[in-house]
Ligand binder design. Sequence first.
Ligand code: BV8
Length: 224
Amino acid sequence: MKVVVLTGAGVSAESGVPTFRDADGLWEGHRVEDVATPEAYEYQPSVVQAFYDERRAALAGVEPNAAHRALAELEAALGDDLLVVTQNIDDLHERGGSSRVLHMHGELRSALCRGCGGRSVWTGDLSDYPPCPRCGVTELRPDVVWFGEIPYEMDRILAALDEADVFASIGTSGAVYPAAGFVQYAGERGARTVELNLEPSAGSHLFDDARHGPASVLVPEWVA
Ligand code: BV8
């Protein structure tokens, strides 16, 4: 059985990582266009760098939760028949034991060279980043897909959705595309679709099955 799981900020919420749109979400602290667009980065790079440096530093203070661990158990059972596609840029899926994780919106622990486009693992502040190991350019940026930029590995994601028997969406508001369109894409190609979210998302009606509650409870139950 081939399974594709899409996760969003809700899967990391119980680990203490703020979501974007809940009451205390990140966007509350910043207007999206002020921090999550290429234009924002051109206009005020230090504000944008600081926004991501803060979030990268915060990773040290959070731990994976039962939802991350349950998905790692599912990977142990299904192996290559499971693909976790995450919108999150934290590393909690990996620290929870998953190894087949696709970060469609990039990762906090990675830097992108504006010279050669190479990606390098980076866990410090971007302002301290040494020159790019490939081209020597010191112009690094967060390796994060901003609004208006193309998500990573869309071909690989769509190919997995083409084959999926089950598509599960966990902890996402269904507010951002193309991720919000995956349920329809998978459903039209024969996948059984399920939403596991704290409350009905914008696309809840598109799923065959929708269960609502905390991911740390719903995901282990669903995996069992
Ligand atoms: C693209 C990285 C072209 C940055 C992010 C008009 C109509 C339709 C689309 C558009 C439009 N105008 C523009 C667009 C496109 C745009 C878009 O969708 N805009 C929206 C606002 C309308 N999209 C883009 O620009 C994308 N690129 O379209 O390129 C293209 C496409 C395909 C192929 C070729 C070319 C790029 C978007 C990426 C932006 N980057 N993140 C960063 O992290 O700083 S987006 C960011 O918000 C996240 O990555 C995530 O993707 C997104 C949504 O957030 P969620 O993860 O869902 O979090 P949220 O807070 O919203 O919801 C949390 C949920 O969890 C809630 O439902 C809550 O109930 C639940 N929850 C809370 N606690 C728990 C819980 N669930 C379970 N348990 C709990 N304990």
